[in-house]
Design a protein around this ligand. Structure first.
Ligand SMILES: *Cc1c(COP(=O)(O)O)cnc(C)c1O
Length: 361
């Protein structure tokens, strides 16, 4: 193995993960994602402190789900599995399909018909998953795949699979290594609540190893129309434009509350309008396109700042869970951008550019 060739998070963090030298690692070189300093965004929001965006859209299938999937599929293969199954709002199916293709196992994905972004569906199709769209939502799909995996030799790779959490906790390791310590605040979208659980586990483990001086406050944000944890009850018909977090009965509900309580953090919700505002702001101020579900973390940062929850000179990290290219429909719909059409004629083009207006943003 080339010493300087990054070979994915299992190889990087194997001493903290449930693998041995004999484990057949299934990797697409996931992890090691950019932690981008977002000074323009911080200034625009009015935050006097450091804001970083952890761009998980840079993973091989474009979302953080790859971190969990490399572990889940690796362990499934180690245990002799020939097939895997998941319920998905889109990104889990894309990741399962890709890692399943790499491993050479059959992949079954259950998705809510009509509620998954185009890019995600196209990924599952190209990677060769067997796709089943149900007339129901994610929560119903999850109940069914749990039932199927109990009664047949198909391994469940949703985040109720503990290996998913193990892989995903490495995001916290990367943040601590990049910053030299844990941040003060960790903002994250909450759907099924596996990721907030995983990050907190990672922070707890590195804190116990004295690699950080404190735990960050875990700041989780559900979409208002799917805010089961905030409201304290299962939502039967969750609704939000952020389809990745359109989940009304989070599987890791209790663990998310534990992360909130032990870190003195919060689990709150943001409206679709707040999500869209954050989605556009990130793109226009930082040049970062993340999907609407991801924007819930930045919407949460804005909301927390307005409520005076962010101390001056503190460090906040927002997890941008998925790549904005997965959902071009939302990008086109909410950008309000106008495409100016003209003849292929220099004079006409210069008229459109209109140099009499000042050239700056
Ligand atoms: C899966 C997903 C989430 C939600 O993560 P959970 O672990 O289910 O809370 C958020 N954003 C994106 C883009 C996702 O794919």
């Amino acid at each position: 193995m080339e010493k300087n060739h990054y070979q994915g998070l299992i190889n990087k963090y194997r001493q903290y993960l449930p693998v041995t030298d004999k484990t057949p690692v299934i990797t697409l070189n996931e992890g090691n994602t950019p932690l981008i300093k977002a000074d323009n965004l911080a200034k625009k929001i009015g935050i006097k402190g450091n804001v970083y965006l952890k761009y998980e859209g840079a993973n091989p299938t474009g979302s953080f789900k790859d971190r969990g999937m490399t572990m889940a599929v690796t362990k499934a293969v180690e245990d002799g599995a020939k097939a895997i199954i998941c319920a998905s709002t889109g990104n889990t199916s894309a990741a399962a399909a890709a890692y399943g293709a790499k491993a050479g196992v059959r992949v079954f994905v259950l998705i809510p018909d009509g509620y998954i972004a185009l890019g995600k569906l196209s990924q599952a199709m190209m990677y060769g998953a067997e796709i089943i769209a149900i007339q129901g939502n994610f929560d119903e799909a999850l109940e069914m795949v749990i039932e199927i995996s109990k009664n047949s030799p198909i391994t469940l790779v949703n985040s109720v699979n503990p290996y998913r959490i193990e892989g995903q906790k490495t995001g916290a390791f990367e943040i601590i290594e990049a910053l030299g310590d844990a941040p003060d605040y960790h903002f994250i979208p909450v759907g099924n609540a596996g990721n907030i659980t995983a990050y907190f586990k990672g922070y707890e483990e590195f804190y116990a190893l004295k690699k950080s001086s404190h735990l960050p406050k875990m700041m989780g944000y559900e979409a208002q129309g799917a805010a089961a944890i905030v409201r304290g009850e299962r939502i039967l018909h969750p609704e939000t434009i952020a389809t990745a977090i359109r989940i009304g009965n989070p599987a890791s509900w209790k663990q998310a509350e534990r992360a909130r309580d032990l870190s003195n953090g919060t689990i709150d919700c943001v409206t679709d309008d707040e999500i869209i505002e954050a989605y556009k702001l990130m793109a226009s101020t930082e040049g970062i396109l993340a999907e609407p579900g991801s924007a819930a973390s930045v919407a949460g940062l804005i909301k927390a700042h307005k409520s005076g929850l962010i101390k001056e000179n503190s460090t906040s990290v927002c997890i941008l869970t998925g790549n904005g290219l997965k959902d071009p429909d939302s990008a086109i719909k909410y950008s309000n951008a106008e495409v100016k059409k003209t003849k292929a004629d220099l004079h006409e083009i210069l008229k459109v550019i209109d140099l009499s207006e000042k050239i700056s943003r």
